[in-house]
Design a protein around this ligand. Structure first.
Ligand code: 9MR
Length: 552
């Protein structure tokens, strides 16, 4: 690991859209102005004033900002300030986020379970198949009539959750939803994204092909006897740093739970309405998904408070959530949108969740997002209610962004495990606000969140592997760690800095304890340098949204 560079100019190293806002941040030097120069010729094309130095609390640092939003001319540039080394090069280009978005999507292919990645699709990251998951043991916590403890089921496919090789329904819920919402909201852009995956060219958009890999696994996680859904498919403990085919342990399905079952119901309802348009390619799939969703919903009605509790002999990720009201509302909202059955709407109204930034344990905002997408189906009064909820949340983030000395909505308390995904999920909600109101500052604030993870970041890193001048080389990702001679699998966003780090990398010091700088590019740092499907999904969403929505 290398230390943060305190003289680095922080900007979006991937690039900017001609019509998008453009900000950079730099240490509190004495200069008055900044220049944008052509990266090839060094010719100055722009000069502007630097803003006064202010302290950004989460970084515990004084910073100055440079605003060059009006630079619309496509090109490849650097930013220069007297007394500092020039910035990394960046582009201004009409398709600035297309390749990033494709790579962020392709990550899901790289993280597929149960299949070999061949060189034609995976290039140098080809690897043998791991985790067939066609002989999975029913754990004692999951035993039921027809499926006693130790009986064997088949639940292949799906994506590995993160740097580990387990598959968790709760986290699959929000991740798959967010990918499907990207298609649902920006079909014209996503249609053009060619991923070169094995299914490419089969008549489905590649995003849907990739999502199906996980949806098929999810369907196999439902107990056909009663409609309940297992919380996870897992080893008993975490593997060492090995490739999938070298990780050979018994696999278990563990405990049915209300959160898993409702997240499943929500995603299957959403998937059902999207795959209805592809009946020719996948006859019967849409109906099967809706049926699965309804059966899950019924199980949850009969078992409304089965909170997941980790059994004593299982030590992998918990994804334990005690608050189930938002899961109920989310499933009700998706079932309402898909079926138009007013009974689901009544249910949603009864439990309407408080709106807050989405995360694996907080899915209420996903319900509001889907309702907003289909608000034409609501009464005038209900439509206004949904719009107001989203506007209020987005407005709060935009106000924080505007007041921030760093021009991001992120505050100390946002630097939790996976802070980069907090920034992106704030952006996802800002985008919903923009789509309703057309208020430009909401789009600009979302742009700032993308800038943040792409290098206008106090660590100086682009937080996505394989992009920009400086990005993570040692993510906590077992396939990448087990192939140390290669660059890491590209297109993966790491968790990012978090408050109160420490403990995971004995003998290695974090460069800072400031919440926004406590980050270590080291394999051991599972608290700041792991990758995960629920962090990549909002990167896919936000990069697509800015690409599709930013005016020229
Ligand atoms: O993202 C999860 C985070 O919110 C929790 O604080 C953390 C500890 O329980 O777990 C994170 O999720 C991990 C999961 O449990 C196992 N796979 C890797 C996930 C990312 O670190």
């Amino acid at each position: 690991p290398s230390a943060a560079d305190t003289t680095a100019i922080q900007l979006n190293q991937v690039g900017y859209l001609p019509g998008g806002s453009k900000w950079a941040a730099l240490p509190a030097v004495a200069a008055d102005s900044f220049a944008i120069v052509d990266a090839t010729t060094g010719r100055e094309v722009w000069r502007g004033p630097l803003q006064a130095a202010r302290t950004w609390e989460p970084a515990r640092q004084k910073l100055r900002l440079a605003d060059f939003s009006a630079l619309g001319e496509p090109g490849r540039y650097r930013l220069q300030v007297a007394g500092l080394p020039p910035s990394a090069p960046f582009v201004v280009a009409p398709d600035a986020y297309a390749a990033l978005n494709a790579a962020a999507l392709k990550f899901f292919y790289f993280n597929r379970a149960s299949v070999a990645l061949d060189a034609a699709h995976a290039g140098i990251w080809a690897r043998p198949a791991g985790h067939a998951d066609d002989r999975v043991l029913v754990h004692s916590s999951a035993a039921g009539p027809g499926r006693p403890e130790g009986s064997v089921i088949s639940a292949p496919k799906g994506w590995y959750d993160a740097g580990d090789y387990n598959k968790y329904i709760v986290n699959s819920g929000i991740s798959t939803y967010t990918l499907l919402a990207t298609w649902e909201h920006y079909p014209a852009f996503i249609q053009t994204q060619q991923l070169n995956i094995p299914e490419s060219g089969n008549g489905l958009p590649d995003l849907l092909n990739e999502a199906l890999w996980n949806l098929e696994w999810m369907l196999a996680m439902q107990d056909p006897a009663d409609g309940g859904v297992y919380h996870k498919l897992t080893d008993q403990g975490f593997d060492g740093i090995v490739l999938p085919h070298q990780a050979r342990h018994d696999r278990y399905v563990v405990m049915k739970g209300t959160a898993a079952t409702l997240d499943f119901a929500a995603v299957m309802a959403q998937a059902s309405r999207l795959f209805a348009a592809f009946e020719t390619q996948r006859p019967g799939l849409s109906a099967r998904m809706l049926e699965a969703s309804k059966r899950a919903w019924q199980w949850a009605q009969a078992h409304p408070d089965v909170v997941y509790r980790q059994p004593a002999d299982i030590h992998t990720g918990g994804y334990e959530d005690q608050q189930l009201a938002d899961e109920f509302s989310w499933a009700a909202a998706e079932l309402f949108v898909t079926t138009r059955d007013p009974a689901y709407w009544q249910q949603f109204r009864r439990t309407a969740p408080r709106i807050e930034v989405p995360g694996w344990a907080s899915v209420g905002a996903l319900a509001w997002t889907s309702l907003a997408q289909y608000r034409a189906r609501l009464s005038t009064e209900d439509r206004r209610w949904v719009e107001t909820q989203i506007q209020t949340l987005a407005d709060g983030f935009a106000a924080r962004w505007q007041a921030s000395p760093y021009r991001v909505a992120m505050q100390d308390e946002d630097f939790i495990w996976g802070s980069n995904s907090v920034a992106l999920n704030q952006a996802l909600m800002l985008v919903q606000g923009y789509r309703i109101s057309g208020e430009r500052r909401m789009l600009d604030a979302a742009q700032s969140a993308l800038d943040f993870v792409l290098g206008r970041h106090p660590t100086g890193y682009v937080m996505v592997t394989g992009f920009g001048a400086r990005s993570p080389l040692h993510p906590h990702h077992r396939p990448s760690g087990a192939m140390p001679q290669l660059a890491p699998v590209p297109g993966m966003i790491v968790g990012g800095p978090k408050a109160d780090v420490g403990g995971d990398c004995p003998g290695l010091a974090y460069p800072s304890q400031a919440p926004a700088r406590a980050y270590l590019d080291a394999l051991c740092s599972y608290t700041t340098n792991e990758i995960a499907i629920n962090w990549n999904a909002p990167l896919v969403y936000v990069s697509a949204a800015l690409q599709a929505l930013t005016p020229d």
